[in-house]
Design a protein around this ligand. Structure first.
Ligand SMILES: Nc1ncnc2c1ncn2[C@@H]1O[C@H](COP(=O)(O)OP(=O)(O)O)[C@@H](O)[C@H]1O
Ligand SMILES: [Mg+2]
Length: 331
């Protein structure tokens, strides 16, 4: 709240009607967002958010004829234990916003508070350290390292964090077990189906015990049954492991399962609501068992029919929509 007041003061110095209209709009958006959060009333929330974005603006190609403002002043809070889905049309700025939330890119304007500390101006090294400690990333096309086993992929972030080899191998094995991949630890990505690769990627995201998992269209390249299994894993991380989940998804059906659904239109959060299926966790658990079994059977069949690196497998691994899949700078 302190920073919000500061921001209003700063922008209040301008007499432009447009700036004032923007201010009112932002105030209304923030109030609506605060009130929609289960029982939390605007201004009465004494808890500190894990992440607070304050009027984040992101422009690309600044100073050139291709200059483009993609995020127009995003103000949002992420609280410990949230399950947030961000929905919006292609090109609305979801991945750009995720890069901001994930500290993968500096904002053009605005500030970012991580547990109350302003990290907007932090150095690359400092950001890498915060990311490594606090945030686990999951991408649409998995971004596993080829020719490296599932076990080594999951252990990799712990290497950067300085965890001794025995400890990281042991934890990687435990994480793979958690995602139901204990029997595939020695397989390379090309030897795994899309759903299996994503499960390895989720295990890898958990490697350094992050409080927040950020996922950019994690089910975007998967069929609906496999998507169900992956979504159930996120529910499990949220409910059993008490992780904060921020997921970007094209699937309006899956978004309904989140506690907070934020809608992004043309670089602005235009609404927040509670997912209509947010209270039906127990049903997911039951569904998850059935979906998991069905997927295992399907994968068993797939592996009989199709060799590890058939053209079909390569096509899936190569599917990309550009900006979503950049792993640059993550470690
Ligand atoms: N690095 C970049 N340089 C220039 N334009 C970009 C860059 N990243 C994203 N954009 C543009 O920003 C807009 C939003 O992209 P993105 O955040 O990927 O949308 P979404 O994930 O919702 O599909 C698009 O018009 C895209 O072309
Ligand atoms: Mg995207």
């Amino acid at each position: 709240m302190r920073l919000w007041i500061k921001h209003r003061k700063t922008t209040g110095q301008s007499s432009s009607a447009e700036t004032e209209a923007d201010e009112v709009l932002e105030l209304l958006e923030e109030d609506a967002a605060a009130e929609s959060r289960d029982g939390r009333k605007s201004g009465a929330d004494s808890r500190e958010p894990v992440i607070h974005l304050e009027h984040i603006v992101k422009r690309f190609n600044i100073g050139t004829e291709n200059e483009l403002e993609v995020l127009h002043g995003i103000t949002m809070d992420i609280y410990d234990g949230d399950f947030i889905c961000i929905v919006g049309e292609s090109g609305s700025g979801k991945s750009t916003l995720m890069n901001q939330i994930g500290l993968l890119d500096h904002p053009t304007e605005g500030s970012y508070l991580m547990r109350g500390e302003d990290v907007s101006e932090a150095s690359e090294d400092a950001l890498a350290e915060i990311r490594n400690r606090e945030i686990g990333f999951v991408f649409q096309t998995y971004n596993l390292i080829a020719r490296t086993t599932a076990l080594e992929n999951v252990a990799m972030p712990m290497l950067y964090a300085g965890v001794p080899v025995e400890e990281r191998m042991e934890r990687a094995a435990q994480l793979l077990e958690m995602v139901g991949m204990a029997d595939r630890m020695d397989h390379t990505p090309a030897e795994l189906s899309g759903g299996q690769q994503q499960r390895v990627a989720i295990a890898r995201a958990m490697a350094n015990d992050p409080s927040i998992i950020l996922a950019d269209e994690p089910t975007g390249a998967l069929d609906s049954q496999t998507s169900r299994t992956v979504m159930n894993l996120f529910h499990q991380l949220h409910e059993e492991q008490k992780r904060t989940i921020v997921m970007i998804t094209h699937s309006t059906t899956l978004a309904e399962e989140a506690e907070r659904v934020l809608t992004l239109v043309d670089g602005r959060i235009v609404g927040e609501r509670r997912g209509s299926k947010a209270d039906r966790e127990h049903e997911f658990t039951l569904e998850s068992k059935a979906a998991e079994k069905a997927e295992q059977e399907k994968e068993a069949q797939d592996h009989q029919i199709r060799p590890a690196d058939s053209p079909k497998q390569r096509k899936t691994a190569d599917q990309t929509d550009g900006v979503d899949d950049s792993e640059d700078g993550i470690r």
